[in-house]
Design a protein around this ligand. Sequence first.
Ligand code: ADP
Length: 945
Amino acid sequence: MQKSDQERDLEQKELQSETIPIQNQEHEINADEPQGGSEQVEASSSAADEKKEPKKRVRKTARASTKETKDAQEEPRKERTTRKARSVEERSSKRRRESEPTEADEEQMVFPEVLPVLPLKDVVVYPFSVQPLGVGQERSIRLIDDVMRSDRLVVLVAQKSADIEQAGPDDIFRIGTVSRVGRMFRMPDGTLQIAVQGLERVEINEFTQEKPYLMARITPRPDVQEEDTETEALKRNVISYFQRLVALVQNVPEGVAAATLNLEEPRQVVYVIATFVQMDLELRQKLLEIDSVHEKLAQLSSFLTHELEILELGKKIQTSAQEEMGKMQREYLLREQLKAIQRELGEESEEQATVNELRHKIDEAHMPEEALKEANRELSRLEKLPTASPEYSIIRTYLELLVSLPWSKGSGERIDVAHARQVLDEDHYDLEKIKERILEYLAVRHLKEERQRAEAARERELQEGEEEEQKGTTQPLQSQEEKRVINREPILCFVGPPGVGKTSLGQSIARALGRKFARISLGGIRDEAEIRGHRRTYIGAMPGRIIQTLRRVETNDPVIMLDEVDKVGADWRGDPSSALLEVLDPEQNYSFRDNYLDLPFDLSKVMFIATANALEPIPAPLRDRMEILELSGYTEEQKVHIARSYLLPKQLEANGLKQGEMTVDDDVIRRVVREYTREAGVRNLEREIGTLCRKVAKQISEGQPSPIHVTADDVPEYLGRRRFFEEAAERLDRPGIATGLVWTPVGGEIIFVEAATMPGREERLILTGQLGDVMKESAAAALSYVRSNAVELGLPRHVFENQNIHIHVPAGAIPKDGPSAGVTMVTVLVSLASGRRVRSDVAMTGEMTLRGRVMPIGGVKEKVLAAFRSGIRTVILPQKNEADLMEDLPKELRDQMHFVFATDIRDVLEAALEDEPVSKNGKEDSNVRRKRKKDKEKEKAGAHA
Ligand code: ADP
């Protein structure tokens, strides 16, 4: 209470008369700013006790200036209020009671017409409210000094914006509060601390001076007080809201809430509560400006309900969050207790069991040192984590992967070349070249491994001897690199159309070596992470396909087939082929690092085999690593063989049929090959044979006596309508159409090249049918050749003059590019110009130069097979491809077909075109046509029989 004494001294010295008690004035008050909670509270809680008197006075003045008659009627009530107020007052100190305003003071409530005006920043002082204020501006200090010397009355008005220093008449509101400056302290830095008490609302009319401070003419604007029950109800609401609010916020002390309960007058309620509640300046000023007390209460009430809603919701959220926390803590505690109990009972907790199991598995996994260290470190982290933590499951999953990888578990089989040959022959018909290469590969590997093993054994002996010699001295650790013999054998890559046995060769190799077989399909992979995995920090991270596969096969030396390496894409997610390169590179793959595993894994024992349909799309660095073994399609005879000796037994077994329950003629297979499939490989053939077996199995299970013998005539009954026709003969019925041969990744195909002319000045060449650039160029070259050699070709000198030429290659789904259609284009154009038809049983392929030379092309075998499949027996080929043909094509096919080898385009035309031109409109004469029609009908009837 030292301060209070000091205060009292000050009071007596400076103020000498009526004071407004303000306690604990020790806080610093900032210039022109609203005051901190507790101080305001204490100032006003005492103010609340004291304010009855000024209120009464204001009422009086208000009545006096408005309605004197009513005043008299209200006298009894007023008396009551006064009495009640007095009883509250009795609690105040005696000294204060003594200095209470007397009747004489009340007289003073008639204010002078002109008063000084003090602008306030962010503060609205209401009648009844007592507020401490800091005064820092020089002009304001002067103002206060002046008023302290006279009646101590000043008009306090809020500034429209707190940013303005030295606010002028336009920067302040028009409604303010006449206040009395109660006490004043001068601070050491020259600023003032004052306490003010609001007395009455006034309106500022005009400014009489601006310098040194503002002075203005004023009119009192007493509040309009309604005396109805609604106002009373509103008042009670506001008080009860305020009580609730005080319970939720920290900055209003309890004393204030209690004090408001004692307030009688509605306007007192508004002003006192508004002083304590935090709201923005706009609303504060509005509460002052509204004339009706009823309206003031309504505004305040709606503000308070809104505040309460927000605060109560916030409280609710906070409480439920706390409850959740409490629950987790409780669970944690209970779990710990459970553990303790289990320990006491000598039982294992679930977590402990997991950890023990993992530890056991780590011991069994025989990991290399680095992996073992990591595994143990992660395990000890796991032990410390609560099971509920998300990290727990991440670490556990990781550890489970670590222990399930085949770090040192191999199938242990040694390579036996003789056995491998036997297995390959058992599983595959023909494919001699390929099998030979595979066996060579295995032989080399075998030899190397043997040598390596012998070397290792010798070294071990030597080492043991040395150890004997220098027992006790420490040995330098022999590094892994020194011992490792790098296997520089290229990776084998089988390239060929689907269904030619690439995958099954891989399976056979695995079988021959007694190792596990796994496939990784790379088709459509664009993300490097598919190969190499995601870092463990990502949610849902997984190891890449290589590690996943090894985990699945459970040995570290499987045969892994990387399917479709030609379909690996690259984009912004990284280049999978670079990851593949690392996998396949023997220099690197002994320490392959998967992002998820984050430890080196030795892939050097894995035997990788790649497959592809086409060679070109394989990324060059990858192709470089690999030795390409091409498997082309099969001839009809080969297919029949494969079907009889391999596919049929397999399908019989797959469909639960016993040997001998079903017998099939070779003609059946031939018919299925010809009429139900058109493919380079045997995949569809296998499927159709499967269907056949299934139907027979159904018949047997329905009670038909076995064996069931299937003949060629039964095929439609089992497999439905014939699916493929030899269409070449049907389509080449007029000049301007020829059969060409193309190579595609799924085998050879025949295509029809068509040409037509129509009058046109520009002599344009129109090309349609999704042709590639190279094929477009050969079309242009063909046209130029025909034009420039028209006479030699027996055509009119100005052939195609004033005509547009359209060349079309139907079947948009077959990719058509490359130069090999050159000869076909020329043939079509010459046929069109001469009116001679192209022979329907002839197909051709070959690149052509502008001078008419026929150049060699690729894919001869596939193309010839395709021609044969379509019923064509004569194929025109470049002379230079003759050697390929002799080498690649099986003799039985060569014997069945006729080949024309061309060096010049004239050789092609001679073999391809019919001798006689047909009639002008492209139709043959009616006799010939009739004969052809009859032939066709006969043919069709035969097919349906
Ligand atoms: P790819 O992998 O080339 O697409 P697959 O290996 O899946 O083809 O072969 C399809 C089916 O054809 C398999 O059942 C396979 O055994 C069989 N097959 C293919 N070529 C031969 C062959 N030369 N000898 C025996 N069966 C073969």
